[in-house]
Write a protein that binds this ligand. Structure first.
Ligand SMILES: [Zn+2]
Ligand SMILES: [Zn+2]
Length: 739
């Protein structure tokens, strides 16, 4: 019988797999899909994953190489996860080798064993100790520790002699001691500090929470996509915890995804207080071995609950029972570089393949999710806040009527004073960090540009710098205009400037700022949050970092300083994002017994979006926004794929995309691709970024299937276009940023 051919995916940007013969002295039966191997690739050795076995290859026998080494004796991913990764590679049109690499912890990609192992040693039964010289005290010390003929690990031997490792090497060489590897039972990082394990009273569920929990429980054991639309403060987390308890009772595991920024100590404390060390956390602060340990614990089933950010959707699970995606509307679930997947959408695909429910939770669901839930009827609502908490009242402040000084209107300043005098906390939201977005010359009209982007530099006064928020370029802050030498001025407001203004207006109120400049390490955020909890801080100003996941029970006034940023954007998703930010930030107010107040500063108080939001809430806004999307043929009523090209000059990027459009039109003529629109090419709205010129071409389709068929035919053609050589290009299926 001829030897099988193994199709192997290797971590390279090439959209292909590689054919190999089995390793020497290896039973071909051991070579199953999902097993990792080392293979020769060109002149290097690369880690690969067996994707398929076949009997045919186009590679001539003389060039066909053998697998070097087989790493695993069982597949790394079960068949469901393996299938999901292949689907993701197809759907997002991303090389399969890179998809596998993205799905496994870094150390597994370097060949680490899937099951944790450690070295052990024992005395050979036939060992002749007589040959060992008496004066070799080092060797005798270790032999003494091994004289029971049992296996010993390093902990058992470490005390025998200072150079016990050297002695063991010697003894193994002499054939007196043998060594082996044993499986290690994983020791887990407890998700939070030990104090978290103190008994916390379990709150009573209200009627809506009860009903929701019953619906989730009824869905266990089969595939459903459930949307849990709960207003902020409605007790979604408590519903998650109860649902997870049911999953554990069935002997199954729960996978919980949260945006990085919402993975707060507060959230983790609640999980560990309820479930103790059954919980593991996968977040960006873990080192490689912690990540691998957590992943192994999930794969063996030792960890019953896995909480993580986007890439945790690829965690191997022994017995999955429920997937929860908290804050499902959050943009961080979509990877924007390289393998551009949506963890939310893959979460749904994964749940379907496992035959288990997926629960999408949000106070501000994405329009895609909301539309799907309305169609399927799988919409669970928590329309009221849990406990005593009252919903906040929203009010618009017309900036045309009340001019703002340094970003704050008079009514806002007065209300801040009143809330402070009553002993409460005030939160101000501005999604723009730095001191001012523009450095401007009033005399000639110059404003400081980034040399590498079509963008202005942001003033960072405290650091005495001008910084580009798009490419990171920095230069010293200047006082005079380079063209006319007049004095220049910072124009507009950033969080740093608001902080300065607040310190002048309310010198008695301790102040904290939360943005990427003031909080650079995870520990700093925890420390500031603790000071807010302790009510040491009275005034809090922040970017969207404050709007996610945190609970500020003593904040009674929220001020949204500039609602106008998202009102007139070219991006069709901008209004959805604005509405989500407003509702999320507003939700931080008055979450305990004090009713909250939300003031929204705008120059466009009559704008229909703001009116919808104020009069009919997020649901009402969503109705209007969905009607607009349908009329304009945008998602969720159509599907998109964005082809981006970058080059050192714009002409090359546009030429490549024009050639791509021609290729797409040829394919469309040959087959049935009705309902696909090819829009563009056009320069990206910020054409030059970090010195690179960017353009894009948008494919819009009535059906995901047709779009996928077109992409499958088009992408190989794009690789072959002569104009492809002078550009870098990428494909983004279901893009959420059109820039
Ligand atoms: Zn000037
Ligand atoms: Zn720049």
């Amino acid at each position: 019988m001829p030897e099988p051919i193994l199709r192997i995916a290797v971590d390279t940007p090439l959209r292909r797999v590689f054919d190999y013969l089995p390793a020497k002295n290896c039973s071909a039966n051991a070579l199953q899909p999902g097993i990792r191997v080392w293979v020769p690739l060109g002149r290097r050795r690369a880690l690969g994953m067996i994707v398929a076995r076949t009997t045919h290859t186009d590679i001539p026998a003389s060039k066909l190489r053998r697998i070097d080494t087989v790493i695993d004796d069982e597949p790394l991913f079960d068949s469901v996860l393996f299938g999901l990764l292949q689907f993701a590679s197809d759907y997002y049109r991303h090389p399969i080798g890179e998809v596998f690499a993205a799905a496994m912890p870094g150390l597994l990609g370097k060949g680490a064993p899937v099951n944790a192992q450690h070295s052990v040693w024992r005395l050979r039964s036939d060992a002749s100790i007589a040959d060992i010289p008496k004066r070799a005290t080092r060797l005798h010390a270790v032999l003494h520790a091994l004289n029971d003929h049992q296996w010993h690990d390093e902990h058992a031997l470490a005390d025998s002699h200072a150079d016990w490792r050297g002695a063991l090497r010697d003894l193994v060489q002499r054939g007196v001691v043998e060594t082996s590897r044993q499986a290690t039972s994983t020791t887990l990082e407890i998700a939070s500090n030990a104090g978290a394990l103190e008994a916390v009273p379990i709150p009573q569920l209200n009627a809506a929470q009860q009903q929701t929990l019953q619906n989730i429980t009824a869905a266990l054991g089969s595939f459903h996509t459930l949307l849990l639309h709960g207003v902020t403060g409605s007790g979604k987390t408590e519903v998650y915890l109860r649902a997870i308890a049911q999953v554990l009772e069935r002997g199954e595991q729960a996978l919980v995804l949260a945006p990085e920024i919402a993975l707060t100590p507060q959230l983790l404390t609640r999980f560990t207080a309820r479930f103790g060390d059954a919980v593991v956390v996968l977040h960006s602060a873990l080192n490689d071995s912690e990540r691998l340990n957590a992943w192994r614990a999930a794969r063996t089933g030792q960890a019953r609950i896995v909480i993580g950010t986007r890439s945790a959707i690829f965690t191997a699970l022994a017995k999955p029972g429920l997937i929860i995606i908290d804050e499902e509307h959050d943009a961080s679930y979509k990877q924007q570089e390289g393998f551009r997947y949506s963890a939310r959408d893959l979460g749904i695909a994964r749940a379907q393949r496992h035959g288990i429910p997926v629960l999408l939770g949000s106070a501000t669901p994405s329009l895609e999710t909301l539309q799907r839930a309305r169609q399927t009827g799988n919409l669970l609502s928590l329309p009221q806040r849990a406990g005593e908490a009252q919903p906040p009242t929203l009010k618009l402040i017309d900036l045309r009527q009340h001019g703002a000084t340094q970003g704050l209107s008079t009514p806002v300043m007065m209300r801040i004073r009143e809330h402070l005098d009553a002993g409460h906390q005030v939160l101000l939201y501005l999604n723009r960090r730095g001191f001012a977005p523009v450095l401007f010359c009033p005399s000639c009209g110059w404003s400081a540009p980034c040399a590498r982007c079509d963008a202005r530099l942001t003033v960072h006064k405290r650091q005495h710098k001008l910084v580009c928020h798009h490419c990171g370029h920095e230069q010293p802050l200047r006082n005079e205009c380079p063209s006319c030498h007049a004095e220049v001025k910072p124009v507009g407001q950033g969080t740093e400037r608001i902080e300065e203004t607040l310190a002048q207006l309310y010198p008695d109120a301790p102040l904290a700022r939360i943005d990427r400049d003031s909080i650079s390490r995870k520990g700093e955020l925890d420390a500031v949050l603790a000071r807010i909890q302790q009510r040491e801080v009275k005034l809090l100003v922040g970017t969207q970092m404050v709007s996610k996941g945190h609970h500020f029970p003593h904040v009674t006034l929220v001020v949204i300083l500039d609602a106008d940023q998202g009102l007139f954007s070219a991006d069709f998703r901008a209004s959805e994002r604005l509405a989500q930010s407003i509702v999320q930030v507003a939700g931080r107010a008055g979450r305990e017994t004090h009713a909250g107040e939300v003031l929204i500063q705008t120059e466009y108080p009559d704008h229909p979006l703001l009116q919808q939001l104020l009069n009919a809430g997020y649901e009402g806004f969503a109705d209007a926004a969905l009607a607009e999307r349908e009329a304009a043929h945008w998602p969720p009523f159509t599907r998109l794929a964005l082809l981006r090209a970058e080059a050192n000059d714009l002409g090359k990027a546009l030429q490549f995309l024009r050639d791509t459009r021609t290729a797409a039109q040829h394919i469309k003529h040959g087959k049935q691709y009705s309902g696909i629109q090819v829009l563009g090419p056009a320069p990206a709205p910020m054409t030059r970024k970090a010195g690179v010129h960017r353009a894009h071409l948008l494919l819009q389709s009535d059906s995901a299937k047709t779009l996928q068929a077109l992409l499958a035919a088009l992408i190989p053609k794009m690789d072959e276009l002569p104009s492809a050589k002078s550009v870098r290009w990428s494909v983004d299926v279901d893009p959420i940023e059109l820039f």
